[in-house]
Design a protein around this ligand. Structure first.
Ligand SMILES: Cc1cc2nc3c(=O)[nH]c(=O)nc-3n(C[C@H](O)[C@H](O)[C@H](O)COP(=O)(O)OP(=O)(O)OC[C@H]3O[C@@H](n4cnc5c(N)ncnc54)[C@H](O)[C@@H]3O)c2cc1C
Ligand code: FES
Length: 243
Protein backbone atom coordinates (compact mmCIF):
# COMPACT_ATOMS: atom_id res chain seq x y z
CA UNK A 1 0.00 0.00 0.00
CA UNK A 2 1.20 3.49 -0.79
CA UNK A 3 -0.18 6.94 0.03
CA UNK A 4 0.21 9.68 -2.56
CA UNK A 5 -1.06 13.09 -3.62
CA UNK A 6 -2.44 12.63 -7.12
CA UNK A 7 -3.15 15.45 -9.55
CA UNK A 8 -6.43 15.28 -11.48
CA UNK A 9 -5.72 15.37 -15.23
CA UNK A 10 -9.36 15.04 -16.29
CA UNK A 11 -12.77 14.33 -14.78
CA UNK A 12 -15.48 13.87 -17.42
CA UNK A 13 -19.01 12.42 -17.49
CA UNK A 14 -19.52 9.12 -19.38
CA UNK A 15 -23.29 9.07 -18.72
CA UNK A 16 -25.70 11.19 -16.63
CA UNK A 17 -24.29 9.83 -13.36
CA UNK A 18 -21.03 8.02 -14.19
CA UNK A 19 -17.70 9.85 -14.47
CA UNK A 20 -14.18 8.91 -15.51
CA UNK A 21 -11.25 10.53 -13.73
CA UNK A 22 -7.59 10.33 -14.79
CA UNK A 23 -5.01 11.06 -12.08
CA UNK A 24 -1.24 11.40 -12.19
CA UNK A 25 1.37 10.28 -9.63
CA UNK A 26 3.48 7.23 -8.83
CA UNK A 27 1.33 4.14 -9.45
CA UNK A 28 4.02 1.57 -8.58
CA UNK A 29 1.96 0.09 -5.71
CA UNK A 30 -0.69 -1.15 -8.18
CA UNK A 31 0.21 -4.71 -9.15
CA UNK A 32 -2.96 -6.42 -10.46
CA UNK A 33 -6.27 -5.62 -12.17
CA UNK A 34 -9.11 -5.76 -9.66
CA UNK A 35 -7.22 -3.81 -7.00
CA UNK A 36 -8.73 -0.56 -5.71
CA UNK A 37 -7.71 2.88 -4.45
CA UNK A 38 -9.12 4.57 -1.34
CA UNK A 39 -9.81 8.27 -1.79
CA UNK A 40 -9.69 10.92 0.94
CA UNK A 41 -12.28 13.66 0.42
CA UNK A 42 -12.40 16.99 2.26
CA UNK A 43 -14.75 16.83 5.27
CA UNK A 44 -15.30 13.04 5.00
CA UNK A 45 -14.07 10.75 7.78
CA UNK A 46 -14.01 7.54 5.72
CA UNK A 47 -12.14 7.25 2.45
CA UNK A 48 -14.15 6.13 -0.61
CA UNK A 49 -12.94 2.91 -2.30
CA UNK A 50 -12.97 2.88 -6.12
CA UNK A 51 -11.61 0.14 -8.42
CA UNK A 52 -8.66 0.75 -10.69
CA UNK A 53 -10.01 0.77 -14.26
CA UNK A 54 -6.62 1.17 -15.93
CA UNK A 55 -3.11 2.34 -15.08
CA UNK A 56 0.38 2.86 -16.45
CA UNK A 57 3.54 3.91 -14.62
CA UNK A 58 2.38 7.52 -14.17
CA UNK A 59 -1.40 7.66 -14.50
CA UNK A 60 -4.44 5.96 -13.11
CA UNK A 61 -8.01 5.87 -14.49
CA UNK A 62 -11.07 5.34 -12.32
CA UNK A 63 -14.77 5.27 -13.20
CA UNK A 64 -17.32 6.14 -10.52
CA UNK A 65 -21.05 6.59 -10.17
CA UNK A 66 -22.47 9.48 -8.19
CA UNK A 67 -24.55 7.79 -5.45
CA UNK A 68 -24.03 10.07 -2.43
CA UNK A 69 -22.17 13.04 -0.98
CA UNK A 70 -18.63 11.69 -1.48
CA UNK A 71 -19.00 10.77 -5.14
CA UNK A 72 -20.94 14.02 -5.80
CA UNK A 73 -17.98 15.90 -4.34
CA UNK A 74 -15.64 13.96 -6.64
CA UNK A 75 -17.74 14.86 -9.69
CA UNK A 76 -17.28 18.58 -8.96
CA UNK A 77 -13.46 18.43 -8.93
CA UNK A 78 -11.72 20.06 -11.87
CA UNK A 79 -8.40 19.16 -13.50
CA UNK A 80 -5.40 20.56 -11.65
CA UNK A 81 -6.87 19.80 -8.20
CA UNK A 82 -5.21 17.09 -6.07
CA UNK A 83 -6.55 14.08 -4.17
CA UNK A 84 -4.94 11.98 -1.43
CA UNK A 85 -5.08 8.32 -2.49
CA UNK A 86 -4.06 5.01 -0.94
CA UNK A 87 -3.04 2.77 -3.85
CA UNK A 88 -2.23 -0.92 -4.21
CA UNK A 89 -5.17 -2.06 -2.05
CA UNK A 90 -6.78 -5.50 -2.35
CA UNK A 91 -5.63 -8.73 -3.92
CA UNK A 92 -6.85 -8.24 -7.51
CA UNK A 93 -7.74 -10.95 -10.02
CA UNK A 94 -5.51 -14.01 -10.47
CA UNK A 95 -4.92 -14.24 -14.24
CA UNK A 96 -3.08 -17.56 -14.10
CA UNK A 97 -6.34 -19.56 -13.86
CA UNK A 98 -8.08 -18.05 -16.91
CA UNK A 99 -7.52 -20.80 -19.50
CA UNK A 100 -7.56 -19.81 -23.19
CA UNK A 101 -11.08 -18.34 -23.41
CA UNK A 102 -11.94 -16.35 -20.29
CA UNK A 103 -15.38 -14.74 -19.94
CA UNK A 104 -15.67 -11.37 -18.17
CA UNK A 105 -19.06 -10.26 -16.80
CA UNK A 106 -19.61 -6.75 -15.43
CA UNK A 107 -22.69 -5.01 -14.12
CA UNK A 108 -22.92 -1.19 -13.91
CA UNK A 109 -19.94 0.20 -12.01
CA UNK A 110 -18.65 -3.36 -11.73
CA UNK A 111 -17.49 -2.93 -15.34
CA UNK A 112 -14.37 -0.72 -14.71
CA UNK A 113 -12.01 -3.27 -13.06
CA UNK A 114 -12.64 -5.66 -15.97
CA UNK A 115 -11.02 -3.22 -18.41
CA UNK A 116 -7.44 -3.60 -17.15
CA UNK A 117 -8.15 -7.31 -16.65
CA UNK A 118 -9.17 -7.69 -20.31
CA UNK A 119 -6.10 -5.73 -21.44
CA UNK A 120 -3.75 -8.00 -19.45
CA UNK A 121 -5.46 -11.23 -20.57
CA UNK A 122 -5.28 -10.13 -24.23
CA UNK A 123 -1.58 -9.33 -23.77
CA UNK A 124 -1.15 -12.97 -22.69
CA UNK A 125 -2.74 -14.12 -25.97
CA UNK A 126 -6.12 -15.13 -24.50
CA UNK A 127 -9.41 -14.88 -26.41
CA UNK A 128 -11.49 -12.58 -24.21
CA UNK A 129 -15.30 -12.36 -24.27
CA UNK A 130 -17.01 -9.63 -22.27
CA UNK A 131 -20.66 -9.24 -21.22
CA UNK A 132 -21.57 -5.77 -19.96
CA UNK A 133 -24.89 -5.44 -18.13
CA UNK A 134 -26.83 -2.21 -17.54
CA UNK A 135 -30.41 -1.20 -16.76
CA UNK A 136 -30.98 0.82 -19.95
CA UNK A 137 -29.22 2.24 -23.03
CA UNK A 138 -28.53 5.64 -21.41
CA UNK A 139 -26.40 3.89 -18.76
CA UNK A 140 -24.15 1.97 -21.18
CA UNK A 141 -20.47 2.89 -21.14
CA UNK A 142 -17.15 1.35 -22.28
CA UNK A 143 -18.68 -0.95 -24.94
CA UNK A 144 -16.42 0.65 -27.59
CA UNK A 145 -13.40 0.72 -25.26
CA UNK A 146 -13.56 -3.08 -24.79
CA UNK A 147 -14.11 -3.57 -28.56
CA UNK A 148 -11.07 -1.36 -29.29
CA UNK A 149 -8.95 -3.64 -27.07
CA UNK A 150 -9.96 -6.63 -29.22
CA UNK A 151 -12.56 -8.31 -26.98
CA UNK A 152 -15.78 -9.88 -28.23
CA UNK A 153 -18.41 -7.69 -26.51
CA UNK A 154 -22.09 -8.33 -25.70
CA UNK A 155 -24.23 -5.68 -24.01
CA UNK A 156 -27.34 -6.59 -22.05
CA UNK A 157 -29.93 -4.15 -20.74
CA UNK A 158 -32.73 -5.02 -18.32
CA UNK A 159 -35.29 -3.09 -20.38
CA UNK A 160 -34.01 -4.28 -23.78
CA UNK A 161 -33.25 -0.72 -25.01
CA UNK A 162 -29.75 -1.81 -26.09
CA UNK A 163 -28.24 -5.20 -26.93
CA UNK A 164 -29.72 -8.38 -25.48
CA UNK A 165 -32.78 -7.88 -23.24
CA UNK A 166 -32.20 -9.20 -19.73
CA UNK A 167 -29.23 -9.72 -17.43
CA UNK A 168 -25.62 -10.74 -18.08
CA UNK A 169 -26.64 -14.33 -17.36
CA UNK A 170 -29.08 -14.20 -20.32
CA UNK A 171 -26.15 -13.85 -22.74
CA UNK A 172 -23.77 -16.56 -21.54
CA UNK A 173 -21.78 -18.12 -24.42
CA UNK A 174 -21.52 -21.92 -24.82
CA UNK A 175 -17.76 -22.05 -24.73
CA UNK A 176 -15.57 -20.39 -22.08
CA UNK A 177 -12.79 -21.72 -19.89
CA UNK A 178 -13.16 -19.58 -16.76
CA UNK A 179 -15.04 -16.45 -15.63
CA UNK A 180 -14.25 -13.16 -13.89
CA UNK A 181 -17.01 -10.92 -12.61
CA UNK A 182 -17.76 -7.72 -10.70
CA UNK A 183 -21.10 -6.10 -10.02
CA UNK A 184 -23.94 -5.81 -7.51
CA UNK A 185 -24.44 -8.81 -5.22
CA UNK A 186 -27.69 -10.08 -6.86
CA UNK A 187 -25.76 -10.22 -10.14
CA UNK A 188 -22.84 -12.07 -8.54
CA UNK A 189 -25.25 -14.64 -7.08
CA UNK A 190 -26.89 -15.13 -10.49
CA UNK A 191 -23.48 -15.53 -12.18
CA UNK A 192 -22.42 -18.02 -9.47
CA UNK A 193 -25.50 -20.17 -10.24
CA UNK A 194 -25.49 -19.82 -14.05
CA UNK A 195 -21.81 -20.49 -14.81
CA UNK A 196 -20.50 -24.01 -15.38
CA UNK A 197 -16.81 -23.28 -14.79
CA UNK A 198 -14.76 -22.01 -11.91
CA UNK A 199 -14.18 -18.27 -11.63
CA UNK A 200 -13.48 -15.21 -9.51
CA UNK A 201 -15.87 -12.55 -8.16
CA UNK A 202 -15.07 -9.08 -6.90
CA UNK A 203 -17.19 -7.78 -4.00
CA UNK A 204 -17.67 -4.03 -3.74
CA UNK A 205 -18.83 -4.10 -0.09
CA UNK A 206 -19.06 -1.10 2.17
CA UNK A 207 -15.82 -0.85 4.14
CA UNK A 208 -13.97 1.12 6.80
CA UNK A 209 -10.18 1.45 6.75
CA UNK A 210 -9.69 -0.38 3.44
CA UNK A 211 -6.35 -1.94 4.37
CA UNK A 212 -7.08 -4.72 6.84
CA UNK A 213 -6.89 -2.91 10.19
CA UNK A 214 -10.49 -2.47 11.43
CA UNK A 215 -12.16 -5.84 10.62
CA UNK A 216 -15.18 -3.80 9.42
CA UNK A 217 -15.42 -5.83 6.23
CA UNK A 218 -14.95 -9.31 7.69
CA UNK A 219 -17.07 -12.07 6.14
CA UNK A 220 -17.36 -15.84 6.52
CA UNK A 221 -16.13 -17.99 3.63
CA UNK A 222 -15.73 -21.74 3.15
CA UNK A 223 -12.02 -21.26 3.92
CA UNK A 224 -12.52 -19.20 7.11
CA UNK A 225 -13.15 -15.52 7.88
CA UNK A 226 -11.76 -13.08 5.31
CA UNK A 227 -11.43 -9.31 5.14
CA UNK A 228 -12.95 -8.15 1.85
CA UNK A 229 -10.52 -5.19 1.68
CA UNK A 230 -7.30 -7.14 2.13
CA UNK A 231 -7.97 -10.84 1.43
CA UNK A 232 -10.40 -9.67 -1.32
CA UNK A 233 -12.15 -7.89 -2.90
CA UNK A 234 -11.70 -10.81 -5.34
CA UNK A 235 -12.83 -14.23 -4.07
CA UNK A 236 -12.69 -17.57 -5.85
CA UNK A 237 -16.06 -19.19 -6.63
CA UNK A 238 -15.13 -22.26 -4.54
CA UNK A 239 -14.61 -20.26 -1.33
CA UNK A 240 -17.80 -18.18 -1.39
CA UNK A 241 -20.44 -18.82 1.25
CA UNK A 242 -23.62 -16.83 0.54
CA UNK A 243 -25.72 -15.55 3.50
C1 LIG B 1 -13.45 -2.48 -3.41
C2 LIG B 1 -14.49 -1.51 -3.91
C3 LIG B 1 -14.43 -1.03 -5.19
C4 LIG B 1 -15.38 -0.13 -5.67
N1 LIG B 1 -15.26 0.32 -6.95
C5 LIG B 1 -16.15 1.21 -7.42
C6 LIG B 1 -16.01 1.73 -8.74
O1 LIG B 1 -15.07 1.37 -9.51
N2 LIG B 1 -16.91 2.64 -9.16
C7 LIG B 1 -17.95 3.06 -8.35
O2 LIG B 1 -18.75 3.88 -8.78
N3 LIG B 1 -18.11 2.59 -7.11
C8 LIG B 1 -17.23 1.68 -6.62
N4 LIG B 1 -17.37 1.23 -5.32
C9 LIG B 1 -18.49 1.75 -4.49
C10 LIG B 1 -18.09 3.14 -3.93
O3 LIG B 1 -17.07 2.96 -2.98
C11 LIG B 1 -19.30 3.80 -3.28
O4 LIG B 1 -20.31 4.02 -4.22
C12 LIG B 1 -18.89 5.15 -2.67
O5 LIG B 1 -18.00 4.94 -1.59
C13 LIG B 1 -20.11 5.90 -2.20
O6 LIG B 1 -19.67 7.09 -1.58
P1 LIG B 1 -20.68 8.31 -1.38
O7 LIG B 1 -20.11 9.19 -0.32
O8 LIG B 1 -20.99 8.96 -2.68
O9 LIG B 1 -22.00 7.61 -0.92
P2 LIG B 1 -22.57 7.49 0.55
O10 LIG B 1 -23.16 8.83 0.94
O11 LIG B 1 -21.56 6.85 1.46
O12 LIG B 1 -23.72 6.46 0.25
C14 LIG B 1 -24.75 6.77 -0.72
C15 LIG B 1 -25.51 5.52 -1.08
O13 LIG B 1 -24.65 4.57 -1.72
C16 LIG B 1 -24.62 3.35 -1.00
N5 LIG B 1 -23.25 2.83 -0.98
C17 LIG B 1 -22.18 3.41 -0.40
N6 LIG B 1 -21.08 2.63 -0.55
C18 LIG B 1 -21.48 1.54 -1.23
C19 LIG B 1 -20.84 0.36 -1.68
N7 LIG B 1 -19.55 0.10 -1.45
N8 LIG B 1 -21.57 -0.55 -2.36
C20 LIG B 1 -22.87 -0.33 -2.60
N9 LIG B 1 -23.54 0.76 -2.18
C21 LIG B 1 -22.87 1.67 -1.51
C22 LIG B 1 -25.09 3.70 0.40
O14 LIG B 1 -25.69 2.59 1.05
C23 LIG B 1 -26.08 4.80 0.13
O15 LIG B 1 -27.34 4.27 -0.24
C24 LIG B 1 -16.44 0.32 -4.83
C25 LIG B 1 -16.51 -0.15 -3.52
C26 LIG B 1 -15.55 -1.05 -3.07
C27 LIG B 1 -15.61 -1.54 -1.67
S1 FES C 1 -12.23 -2.23 5.89
FE1 FES C 1 -10.97 -2.30 7.66
S2 FES C 1 -10.36 -4.40 7.70
FE2 FES C 1 -11.42 -4.21 5.83
Amino acid sequence: MKQGTFQILSNEPLTDSVYTMVLAEDTSAITAPGQFVNIQLAGKFLRRPISVCDWDSETLTIIYKVVGKGTAQMSSLVSGKTLDLLTGLGNGYDLSLSGDKPLLLGGGVGVPPLYALAKNLLAQGKTVSVILGFNKEAEVFYEDAFKALGCSVTVTTADGSCGTKGFVTDALPEDYTYFYTCGPEPMLKAVYRATNTSGQMSFEERMGCGFGACMGCSCKTLTGYKRICKDGPVMKKEEILWD
